[in-house]
Design a protein around this ligand. Structure first.
Ligand code: SF4
Length: 317
């Protein structure tokens, strides 16, 4: 399998690049995800010339917006160099299909980064690291997640789903496809999108209803935006149950009454939280093998990422 290119904060690989000479080795990344992802490490603070060890920096809330400054020397401002480093990464690594960033960092942190006042007291947790912020502006559809949040099974599953879908889109569609390519891609993703966000499922259907016009490039960009936005929504039990019921409908004629009842019971057990998603999925896939239905077989919903990752074995609401 081709590994998917994904950027990472370098300290997550165990490299001693933090301000204090330490690291934040994230073993799930180096022992599990690295089998599937080609990791592109970067430490923005080292890249802009700050040494190891170095004086710590933090976010400063000012009238002119958030700045990244020395924790002891507010005159030492590295906001622009960190943003420029994000620009450099976006320019030189357009093939990236995701980014895993270190939390709580004034450079790499994505969510709830502490901002300080000029008197040194904390103001709020509304900040975002300067590198992360510019990267996300430049590549707004790129799946981005903090390493710490990947310990949450639902967030982990969602991020991995998006990375694999993003990569598939880049490989299968690119940015200048033919109408047939768009239809083929969407045919494979319908039920995955339905599980995540039924509104987007309908919106994409409308978008692709007429591909006879000249602006296929614009439609392609819109499809990518709708797809990635839909997949960023959490696919909970409600979304999966709805999708499983749709898929079951295709088998109505092929199954006998006992099989139909068994499948209905298993979907209900999933809906009520008694079993994880992998249980109804396994039974549905078993029945699908009995019928010749290429349209259903090709659905990414069955395997949005390698089964070995075991992400559907856990119960998430
Ligand atoms: S959080 Fe980012 S800037 Fe800080 S050490 Fe890790 S890679 Fe470098």
């Amino acid at each position: 399998m081709t590994k998917i290119p994904v950027g990472v904060s370098e300290c997550l690989l165990g490299e001693p690049v933090r301000y204090n000479g330490g690291h934040k080795h994230f073993r799930y990344l180096t022992r599990v995800l690295s089998d599937y992802l080609e990791l592109y490490p970067a430490c923005p603070e080292v890249a802009i010339g700050l040494g190891v060890p170095r004086d710590p920096i933090h976010l400063l809330a000012t009238d002119k917006g958030t700045r990244v400054v020395g924790a002891k020397d507010h005159g030492f401002d590295v906001t622009e160099p960190l943003a420029a480093e994000a620009e450099r990464v976006a320019d030189t690594l357009p093939q990236l299909c995701g980014y895993i960033l270190m939390q709580k960092s004034p450079s790499c942190g994505v969510y709830n980064i502490k901002r300080y006042r000029s008197n040194g007291y904390p103001q709020d947790n509304d900040g975002r690291g300067a590198f992360a912020a510019r990267l996300m502006e430049r590549m707004p559809l790129l799946p981005v997640e903090e390493a710490g949040r990947l310990n949450d099974p639902a967030l982990r599953e969602n991020f991995i789903t998006r990375v694999f879908a993003y990569h598939d889109f880049q490989q299968s569609v690119g940015d200048n496809p033919k109408a047939r390519v768009l239809i083929d891609f969407w045919s494979r993703y319908k039920y995955l999108v339905m599980a995540h966000h039924p509104e987007s499922y309908r919106a994409i259907g409308r978008l692709l209803a007429d591909l006879s016009g000249p602006d296929l490039r614009g439609i392609t960009a819109e499809l990518k935006a709708l797809l990635m936005t839909a997949l960023s929504k959490h696919a909970g039990r409600k979304g999966h149950t709805n999708t499983l019921m749709h898929l079951r409908g295709y088998l109505r004629e092929q199954l006998d009454s006992d099989e139909r009842e068994e499948l209905g019971d298993v979907i209900e057990a999933y809906r009520s939280g008694e079993v994880p998603l992998v249980v109804p999925m396994t039974l549905l896939k078993h029945y699908l093998r009995k019928v010749d239905f290429p349209y259903l077989e090709q659905q990414r919903y069955w395997a949005p990422y390698p089964d070995k990752l075991g992400l559907r074995n856990v119960s998430v609401d």
